[in-house]
Design a protein around this ligand. Structure first.
Ligand SMILES: [Zn+2]
Length: 348
């Protein structure tokens, strides 16, 4: 959930200035920070560009709209200085990261690098949900306590999302956990995190001690961890906490973290501890709150400080279910359907 958490940790931010919207700042030799505007409440995404002997590498693409395309066309003319795009790597399926993957691939005539699941999910997003999937989604949201009007708005939102991603017309280069890949002129190790998205790729350069973390270790907001309609029984919070523990073992505390939102920083281990602690606090509060049976929408006050508006409803439902399913996995919560088919949760 994109919610500020109490900043108990003190992170160190080596850059006091950010690049202007649509422009770049060099953060390490031949590694550039591009601030791409977004047409949503989260108003920017950081994309990373690496210059190598044989051309450029782009990490993540921005959302599919004319403004983002103009930014790219301008950079191809000014920054690329006659060099081509050698590689495009997409960390994960979310539209701010993957929206222009298809367009960039077509423009440069190359196959992007993706993990398998993120490629498949991006394809599904660009094609829109089919009728059969729509029914699964409707059942899912009804069982969470949604009313008909909210479900209608959910469907409108799904069709709007489709407009923010370009079709992936080409194949892809599959990347896997622990694989070493050359981007620019340096080697990077792929590290996979699950929970925020199905197979999110992060990149670590041992040589430069830099970690491109995508949405995994954002400095000031915790990424959304959601149960989604087609995986209603899943336990993504458990996957997420395990992924964070593994990253803590694999990425040194003094690595420079390049996040997709916010400023680059030092302090990876403190940040991981703080994110895990935040989830543990939420689990405790949720367990206490569900002494009497509650449906998913009724548990929001236990998890979120602010009122949940219509725009945040899908994320809030997904995140609440992630915490409820985690407690079920721990044997601390039980779920029963009521006579209206709504799932109700009670602490054990
Ligand atoms: Zn994301």
């Amino acid at each position: 959930m994109t919610k500020k958490i109490t900043e108990k940790e003190t992170l160190e931010y080596p850059f006091s200035k950010r690049p202007p919207n649509g422009d770049v700042l060099e953060v390490s030799p031949n590694l550039y920070w591009l601030r791409m505007p977004l047409p949503i409440a989260l108003n920017h995404i950081n994309l990373w560009l690496l210059e190598g002997k044989n051309g450029w590498t782009i990490i993540d693409s921005g959302m599919a709209n004319d403004e983002s395309k103009e930014v790219w066309i301008n950079l191809f003319e000014t920054l690329f200085k006659g060099k081509s795009l050698e590689k495009l790597l997409i960390t994960h399926m979310h539209l701010d990261h993957s929206g222009l993957a298809g367009w960039l691939s077509d423009h440069w005539n190359l196959d992007p690098y993706f993990t398998e699941k993120e490629y498949q999910e991006t394809q599904i997003l660009s094609e829109g949900i089919e009728k059969s999937q729509e029914f699964i989604a409707l059942d899912f949201y009804k069982s969470c306590g949604y009313d008909d009007a909210s479900i209608k708005r959910y469907l409108e939102r799904v069709s709007y999302r489709k407009t923010l991603v370009t079709p992936l017309n080409r194949g892809y280069n599959r990347i896997r956990d622990k694989e070493i890949i050359t981007l620019g002129d340096h080697e990077w190790e792929i590290m996979i995190a699950t929970g925020h998205s199905p197979e999110h790729a992060c990149l670590y350069s041992k040589e430069n001690n830099i970690f491109v973390c995508g949405d995994v270790l954002l400095p000031r907001i915790t990424p959304n961890i959601s149960v989604r309609p087609f995986h209603a029984e899943s336990n993504p919070l458990n996957d997420w906490i395990n992924s964070l523990k593994e990253i803590k073992e694999r990425v040194p505390d003094d690595a420079l973290i390049l996040p997709s939102h916010g400023y680059p920083y030092y302090g990876a281990h403190k940040r991981i501890d703080s994110i895990v602690e935040d989830h543990m606090d939420k689990l405790k509060s949720l367990h206490k709150f569900c002494k009497h049976s509650k449906n998913v929408i009724e548990v929001f006050p236990a998890l979120f400080a602010n009122e949940i508006n219509e725009n945040a409803l899908i994320l809030a439902v997904g995140e609440s279910l992630a915490h409820l399913n985690y407690l079920i996995g721990e044997g601390k919560m039980e779920m029963k359907k009521n006579s209206d088919g709504v799932n109700c949760y009670k602490s054990i």
